[in-house]
Each structure stands twice: as structure tokens, then as C-alpha cells.
Design a protein around this ligand. Structure first.
Ligand SMILES: *Cc1c(COP(=O)(O)O)cnc(C)c1O
Length: 396
């Protein structure tokens, strides 16, 4: 593996130099007055990236998985039932976590490559007149399959059913890269980590709570200590943590959210759409299919690409790493060996994306797949040239 090449995995993502430097702080006493100027802007930046006026943002020395656990253990109680969609490895792991906490999970399966079955959610919630479901779990971008689900649609289904459950959204591979409307969609708990859209090293678990989720956290709760949001809130009120914070990463997060807001969230999202469109044009030129079933389901942060029947897709990942020093994502769970993944989120540019497409072509040709060198690159070049020309026109 080369440290010069960009990575094309859907997290951890490539780090801008400025963010690496922001994380590299001398030791700073987190009880000193310096810390508040890192802590509060970092939390406020996340809140703005989430487009929320009211969310309480909690940041743990952890990862996205810790964000899931924060959401569950602070708001739900022993014996509670939740409704969860399963359409890939990440939604499956979240369900597994709920089950290990003793929650009852009603699972709505969709084929891997499909999105959340919103019509089924609405039926189930409408039938639940006793309101046994305390939360609905939805994964916005299923990183295993490259599928985007319609979170606004999940909220509409809950409202149409008149159901009071909390809406939990896994936004680990969407927040900061794809449109995400915490307030607009009525999200109650949103979860992410530092190493995807925020372009930082792994090490922070982020969970945002709506006022309604904060209310549920007053009365409910599963056993927890490290992830207790009340302890954390008390710490924040005193410009501190209940334990030792990851100061360097928090300083990175302060700058990362400022960078995203400075570029403009709409511009950040448009950049991700453009880069993803180029990658998808390449996949089409190769004559391959995406795991995501339809364009409406395409995630703008990761593409899972099906390889021909009988070919082990894992060979692409290992060959790319060994021969060219480039990282692609492997297939996970049900689609292991059937897909490889190109992560295209974070600080990527068109030019970086072209290098990943070119590498994937060399690898596939080396491995005997029927692909013409340059075909995907040319298709993506057309996308990037045309959008660059349109942007230049718009700027005139
Ligand atoms: C990466 C990811 C996770 C897990 O996050 P960690 O930071 O690795 O704990 C959860 N959900 C989704 C959708 C992800 O992409």
C-alpha cells in the first residue's frame, strides 16, 4: 500500500493537510480555559452541518458504532421494541446491537441493493395502535451496498401513521456529504463518526438528539456509563468532559465543519453528486452493474459494483493493493465476493476520482475481465469536463 495514493474506501476517507495539522496539537490541559474554544465551536459546527436549530450534539472519543450505542442506551428501556430496516451489513450490525441490549427488534428486510421499504413501515406503524414501537431505525446511506434511502419518506410514513416513535438515522456515510435535514426530516437521533464526511482520523462518535429524544432520555434508558448524555451535558455546561476528551480530534472537527460550511453545504453535496456521476458513468462503460437497483437509490458517497458471475470480487481489492498500492472496499456479508466498492466521499476531487477509475481498470484487465483500458476514464472525463464547463459558465 502506498501512502502517496488517495484511498477509495468509504471511510476512513482522505484527509486534507489542513485537517491533519489541526488534529496535531501539543498537549493541552482540557481543564484549562483553552478547551472551550475547541469544544463549543466543534459542537456548533456539527449542528449547522446537520441543519438543525435545536439538536443537542454529543461527541464521544469513539466511532460511529459508539454513536449508535449512545442513541439506543439513552432513550430506550429494557424490554422496548423497535422497528428496523435491514438492507445491508451496517443496518444489520445496528440491529445486532439492539438485540444484544435486550431490545425486541421487528425487522423489515429489503433485498441488498434496495432501499428501506417505506410502505411496509407505514403498514406496520399504522397497525401499531398500542404504540409498542419506541423507535424506528433507518440507515440513510447503506455503505455495504451503496444505497441511499429516503429518510423524508420514512418521516412521512411515521406521520401518516400518526406514530410517536423516535426516528433514529444512521448518517455515518452521508452526513457532511449528502443532503441531510435533521430538523426538516424530523430526525430524533442522528449518528455519525469523524472519519467519513468530516475527513478526519477515526476516533469520534457523534450523536445528535432532538428535543423529543432529550425528553425520552430523561425518563428512559438502558444501563450505560461511558455514553451517558446527562454526564456529558453536565461536562459541556462546565466547558469540559466527564473524562478526558480527544482534544486534537475535536480541534480537527471544529475546522472540518468550518471548511464544509465555507465551501457551502450545497456545493459540497453537488461536488459529491458530480464525482459519483463520473464513477457511475465509468461503471456503465465497463458494462458492469451497480448493486443499487435504481438511480433513485444511488448513494453519492459509495458505489458497490457487481462483478461477473463466477469471478471473486475480493481479488480486485487485493490486487489493487498489492500491485498498485491503492485501496478499494471489499464486499461485506451477503455480497462478499460479489461486489467491490469505490468510496467517493470526503475531500475527493474530479482528478483524484479519475485516478481511482484508471486504477480499477488496470486491475480488472490484469485479472482477465473483459474491460477496455480507458473506457471508464473516458466516460468519467466527459462528465467532469461538461460539469466543469457548466460551472465556469455559471460563474461568469
Ligand atoms: C462506517 C459506518 C458505520 C460504522 O462506523 P464506525 O465509525 O466504523 O464505528 C456505521 N454505519 C454506516 C452506514 C457506516 O458507513
Amino acid at each position: 500500500m502506498s501512502l502517496q495514493n488517495p484511498v477509495f474506501i468509504p471511510g476512513p476517507t482522505n484527509m486534507p493537510e489542513s485537517l491533519r495539522r489541526a488534529c496535531d496539537l501539543p498537549t493541552l490541559d482540557h481543564r484549562s480555559s483553552l478547551f472551550k474554544d475547541i469544544l463549543h465551536p466543534a459542537r456548533d459546527g456539527v449542528k449547522r452541518v446537520l441543519k438543525s436549530a435545536t439538536a443537542e450534539v454529543f461527541i464521544f472519543p469513539s466511532t460511529g458504532t459508539g454513536g449508535w450505542e449512545t442513541g439506543i442506551t439513552n432513550t430506550l428501556s429494557p424490554g422496548d421494541t423497535v422497528l428496523a430496516a435491514r438492507n445491508g451489513m451496517f443496518s444489520q450490525k445496528w440491529i445486532d446491537m439492539c438485540q444484544r441490549h435486550g431490545l425486541t427488534v421487528e425487522i423489515v428486510d429489503s433485498a441488498w441493493g434496495e432501499g428501506i421499504d417505506i410502505a411496509r413501515f407505514e403498514e406496520i406503524l399504522t397497525a401499531d395502535s398500542a404504540h409498542k414501537f419506541k423507535a424506528v431505525l433507518a440507515t440513510h446511506s447503506e455503505t455495504a451496498t451503496g444505497v441511499r434511502s429516503d429518510i423524508a419518506g420514512v418521516r412521512r410514513a411515521m406521520d401518516a401513521a400518526g406514530h410517536p416513535a423516535l426516528l433514529f438515522v444512521d448518517g455515518v456515510s452521508s452526513i457532511g456529504s449528502m443532503p441531510f435535514e435533521f430538523d426538516g426530516w424530523g430526525v430524533d437521533v442522528a449518528v455519525t463518526g469523524s472519519q467519513k464526511g468530516f475527513m478526519l482520523p477515526a476516533g469520534l462518535g457523534i450523536a445528535a438528539f432532538s428535543p423529543k429524544a432529550m425528553g425520552a432520555a430523561k425518563t428512559g434508558g438502558l444501563p450505560r456509563t461511558y455514553f451517558d448524555i446527562h454526564d456529558m451535558a453536565k461536562g459541556y455546561a462546565a466547558n469540559a468532559y466527564p473524562y478526558t476528551p480527544a482534544v486534537g480530534l475535536l480541534n480537527g472537527l471544529k475546522l472540518a465543519s468550518a471548511m464544509l460550511l465555507e465551501e457551502g453545504l450545497d456545493n459540497v453535496f453537488a461536488r459529491h453528486t458530480r464525482i459519483a456521476t463520473g464513477i457511475r458513468a465509468a461503471v456503465e462503460a465497463w458494462g458492469l452493474d451497480l448493486c443499487a437497483a435504481r438511480p433513485a437509490l444511488y448513494s453519492d458517497t459509495v458505489s458497490a459494483i457487481r462483478t461477473p458471475e463466477g469471478f471473486d470480487a475480493a481479488r480486485i481489492v487485493s490486487h489493487a493493493s498489492e500491485r498498485y498500492g491503492v485501496a478499494f472496499g471489499a464486499g461485506l456479508g451477503q455480497v462478499a465476493g460479489k461486489v467491490f466498492r469505490i468510496g467517493h466521499l470526503g475531500m475527493l476531487t474530479d482528478v483524484m476520482a479519475l485516478s481511482g477509475i484508471a486504477t480499477a481498470e488496470m486491475v480488472m484487465v490484469d485479472l482477465g475481465l473483459d474491460i477496455r483500458l480507458g473506457s471508464g476514464v473516458a466516460a468519467a472525463q466527459e462528465v467532469y469536463r461538461n460539469t466543469a464547463a457548466q460551472m465556469a459558465l455559471a460563474a461568469e
